[in-house]
Design a protein around this ligand. Structure first.
Ligand SMILES: [Cu+2]
Length: 172
């Protein structure tokens, strides 16, 4: 039964790590910029890979900016007259629910044509490509000499812990 418990813990650890890797929350323009006129939003979008399940967070002063989701044609021409959706709350959260491109512009006069627009290309979330986001969560080193195998379940929070847990599982 102990072996079954270890297997279940290892499976749970894998599920937890995969879920963490699948959903990423992106603040638009971050970390150096924001949803404004100064940020190179095209460059920001191209520097990220957006998967199904990820979340966009537009943070802005609603007296200065808003967020319009528009068609590709209206994105290209900066036409604000017939948006798909309009957001004016200052903290707009958009969940990327499917594969494809989505188009966001600011509706304030002149802002889109000045560059406040971003195209988000969403790719499949089932990809298991390694992510560079993990690995920086444990600045405190493990105890010298490592831990006994029975404590494998205590280290499920870090990727290294997952590897250690699987190694311990194999040892039994
Ligand atoms: Cu604006």
């Amino acid at each position: 039964m102990a072996k079954m418990a270890k297997i279940l813990l290892a499976v749970a650890a894998v599920v937890a790590v995969v879920e963490l890797a699948m959903a990423t929350n992106y603040t638009v323009g971050a970390p150096s910029g924001s949803w404004n006129l100064q940020t190179n939003l095209t460059q920001w979008a191209e520097s990220n890979t957006f998967h199904v399940g990820d979340v966009l967070n537009f943070s802005y002063n609603p007296s200065e900016h808003d967020v319009l989701e528009v068609t590709q044609a209206n994105f290209d021409s900066c036409n604000t007259s017939n948006p798909i959706s309009t957001y004016t709350d200052g903290n707009t959260v958009i969940t990327l629910t499917e594969v494809g491109s989505r188009y966001f512009i600011c509706g304030f006069t002149g802002h889109c044509s000045a560059g406040q627009k971003v195209q988000i290309n969403v790719v499949s979330g089932s990809s298991t490509s390694p992510s560079p986001t993990s690995g920086s969560t444990s600045p405190v080193a493990s105890p010298p000499g490592g831990s006994p195998p029975d404590s494998a379940a205590t280290s499920v929070t870090a990727g290294a812990g997952l590897v250690f847990g699987l190694a311990a599982l194999l040892a039994f």
